[in-house]
Design a protein around this ligand. Structure first.
Ligand SMILES: Cc1ncc(COP(=O)(O)O)c(C=O)c1O
Length: 453
């Protein structure tokens, strides 16, 4: 008997969607073809890899038609819901008319989405460059910052993730995600301001002050005294949905600007209403960046990313020809336009605030009962649960996290895993998740935790 049948008192919330019977190759056949022909760097999670063949809003279905509550949303990408009918309708309409032509011709979708995005940002952030991935967006943001300021050095944060291309990998600060290859330009990594694992002591505010002093020291001792940029995720995603230290970003931006740099907010995970209170992650910390990068939730899973900046900064990146074949693709643009409509019309940001708040409360209640939970954090539907063997030493509970991860799958709840030690459960569902889903998830986690601890 499965864990679900044995110990859970509730069922997954009702869902009217009926998945189509799956008639494709078996799990074993797919695995064998993958092993033979797909690059070994491409990995699966779970001891027995999961074959997912259909999705509907916050749910995913495997080849046997088993339904799962998806709390990781294609790695924080499916913002509106899997196969959201309005997104699909807009995309299908576009496919029937024109699939690709590039930005060398006029097309209504490309400037329309640029305008809609800039309308969502503070005045001055008026110009958009579309790319296909968050890594590319960060590459372009850094190139623009360097060209605009005439400086090379960049300050990024420890425990941050900014992508896997050469420049983005240089910005990333997890050794686990960095190949031993030459860096693409000079980047220093400042201490992450998250109080839970900060090397500094004191209140979160005191830790913020010391973390800003670390940026000043880096600029003094590791750069020529001038910098091109500071890049940070307002809440680190891959790093384990960290806390943002109160008062940190504003002071950090001041120091960087004093030294000639521009400030980049990597909103690849925190954008598009995910943090609940605000549309962009940086708004939670009352700062205005000079450049904003975004991807993932922007198009519900269609390949799209963007860099938004001021016209004066953008112009520094217009002194040579630069072209992106798929950037501005009419289909991705159609998806991006539909996503903005759905987030607005269906109140998804507000849902992230309410359901996220409810989930966080439930997770805090679990923390009071299960010693394995060292920390519960995050905003809206960007939550992290850090698991430790000992709350004083904060020894990462790596094996226990893996066990929990597997147990949750058995209970039909899919979560993400992150943090440098792989000991943080990442809960970042499609923004349409309901309170009933949250109740189910909390009970499933309670049962799974009881089994592990
Ligand atoms: C904060 C952040 N920035 C950049 C990236 C890179 O995006 P992509 O995988 O689309 O290149 C990611 C991907 O996880 C991310 O989480």
């Amino acid at each position: 008997m499965s864990l679900t049948a044995r110990r859970l008192h509730r069922e997954l919330p009702q869902c009217d969607h009926r998945p189509a019977p799956y008639a494709g190759p078996s799990r074993e056949e797919i695995l064998a073809t993958r092993r033979a022909h797909c690059h070994p760097a491409i990995f699966t999670i779970y001891r027995e890899p999961l074959l997912i063949v259909e999705g509907w809003m916050q749910y995913l279905y495997d080849d046997a038609g088993t339904r799962y509550l998806d709390l990781i949303a294609g790695i924080v990408t499916v913002s509106c819901g899997h196969s959201h009918p309005r997104v699909l309708a807009r995309v299908k309409e576009q496919i029937d008319r024109l699939q690709h032509a590039t930005t060398i011709y006029l097309h209504p979708n490309f400037p329309a989405l640029a305008k809609r995005l800039t309308d969502k940002l503070p005045p001055g952030l008026d110009v958009v460059y579309f790319t296909n991935s968050g890594s590319e967006a960060n590459e372009i943001a850094i190139a623009m910052a360097r060209l605009y300021t005439g400086n090379e050095d960049v300050i990024a944060l420890r425990n941050g993730y900014h992508g896997g291309t050469s420049g983005a990998m240089t910005l990333t600060s997890h050794s686990t995600w960095k190949f031993p290859l030459p860096p693409a330009g000079r980047v220093c990594h400042a201490v992450c301001p998250d109080p839970y694992r900060s090397p500094f002591r004191g209140t979160p505010e005191e830790i913020a002050v010391q973390s800003v002093a670390d940026i000043r020291d880096l600029i003094r001792f590791s750069t020529p005294g001038k910098v091109a940029a500071f890049i940070a995720e307002p809440i680190q995603g891959v790093g384990g949905a960290t806390h943002g230290a109160p008062g940190y970003l504003g002071r950090a931006y001041e120091v960087v600007r004093e030294h000639g740099g521009v400030c980049i907010s990597d909103e690849v995970q925190t954008g598009f209403g995910r943090t609940g209170e605000h549309f962009w992650g940086f708004e939670n910390f009352a700062v205005t960046p000079d450049i904003v990068t975004m991807a993932k939730g922007i198009a519900n899973g269609f390949p799209l990313a963007a860099v938004v900046t001021r016209m004066d900064i953008a112009k520094a990146f217009a002194t040579r020809i630069h072209f992106n074949t798929y950037g501005g693709n009419p289909i991705s643009m159609a998806a991006g336009l539909a996503v903005l409509d759905v987030i607005e019309d269906e109140g998804l940001q507000e849902n992230a605030r309410i359901v996220g708040g409810y989930l966080k409360e439930g997770l805090r209640a679990l923390q009071a009962r299960h010693r394995l939970i060292g920390d519960v954090r995050g905003m809206g539907l960007m939550l992290g649960v850090e698991l430790v063997r000992d709350r004083n030493t904060k020894e990462p509970a790596k094996e226990e996290t893996l066990e929990l991860f597997e147990a949750l799958r058995e209970l039909r709840v899919l979560v993400g895993k992150g943090g440098f030690f792989g000991n943080v459960l990442r809960i970042k569902p499609p923004l349409c998740v309901t309170r009933e889903d949250a109740e189910y998830a909390i009970e499933a986690l309670d049962v799974a935790l009881a089994g592990v601890s």
